[in-house]
Design a protein around this ligand. Structure first.
Ligand SMILES: Cc1cc2nc3c(=O)[nH]c(=O)nc-3n(C[C@H](O)[C@H](O)[C@H](O)COP(=O)(O)O)c2cc1C
Length: 202
């Protein structure tokens, strides 16, 4: 009898150890996944021309909306474009967004000062920038490529986006983010510079 209960105890300890180590490994795995997405993200400007699924775009936008936002005001909106004609119109009007010609989609992150904390334009832009970074990271996580191309603060570029997409005058088109399948030529840059870190004080 003693032998049986000893055997059962050993088995239980082994099961517990296995469960604990699997859980720990998964936790570690998830952590390194986040870091690999952050460090592998790059501006992708070379696309295959293939379309991007609505499901993927929905996941990317949801990630955008998960961003931090001052006083939780969420002063943003997202125009998602998959129509080839509209993508080409944007490419023609935006000199630094020619990669739209081969992108499968574009996301235009819009900042809404009226909705922002204190109705401040700065908070609308800061919060929408946080959403934009989440969008860039989500694209990378899905094996897609994306690049921030500037609309704000250039009036001429914002006008191009407003006109092509019917965006009202009081809404700021912050950027135009082409999204697509990367050809693989764009690589992440190592921007780690220890001289940019000031431990404890400047
Ligand atoms: C505010 C802002 C504006 C940018 N505008 C453009 C742009 O108009 N066209 C473009 O090709 N890339 C643009 N970029 C992407 C930068 O060129 C790119 O992030 C930078 O070279 C670092 O490369 P990486 O994103 O691959 O790390 C912009 C990035 C930011 C943050």
């Amino acid at each position: 009898m003693k032998r049986v209960s000893f055997f059962i105890s050993i088995v239980m300890v082994m099961v517990l150890l296995t469960v604990w180590s699997v859980a720990f490994a998964q936790k570690e795995g998830k952590m390194s996944d986040a870091f690999s997405v952050i460090h592998n993200r790059k501006s992708v400007r070379s696309f295959t021309g293939d379309s991007v699924s609505k499901e993927a775009l929905d996941k990317i936008i949801r990630a955008g909306m998960a961003a931090p936002t001052a006083v939780n005001r969420q002063p943003w909106a997202f125009v998602v474009v998959t129509d080839r004609k509209t993508l080409d119109t944007l490419a023609a009007g935006l000199p630094y967004a020619k990669m739209l010609e081969k992108a499968g989609a574009a996301i235009i992150v819009c900042a809404i000062p009226e909705k922002a904390h204190d109705k401040r334009m700065e908070f609308a832009v800061i919060d929408s920038t946080c959403a934009s970074e989440n969008i860039l990271l989500a694209a990378e996580a899905l094996g897609l490529g994306a690049v921030w191309t500037a609309a704000y603060p250039y009036k001429d570029r914002m006008d191009v986006a407003r006109k092509a997409l019917n965006i009202p005058q009081d809404i700021i088109p912050l950027n135009v983010i082409p999204v697509g399948h990367p050809t693989g030529t764009d690589k992440p840059k190592d921007k780690y510079k220890p001289e940019n870190i000031h431990w404890e004080k400047w």
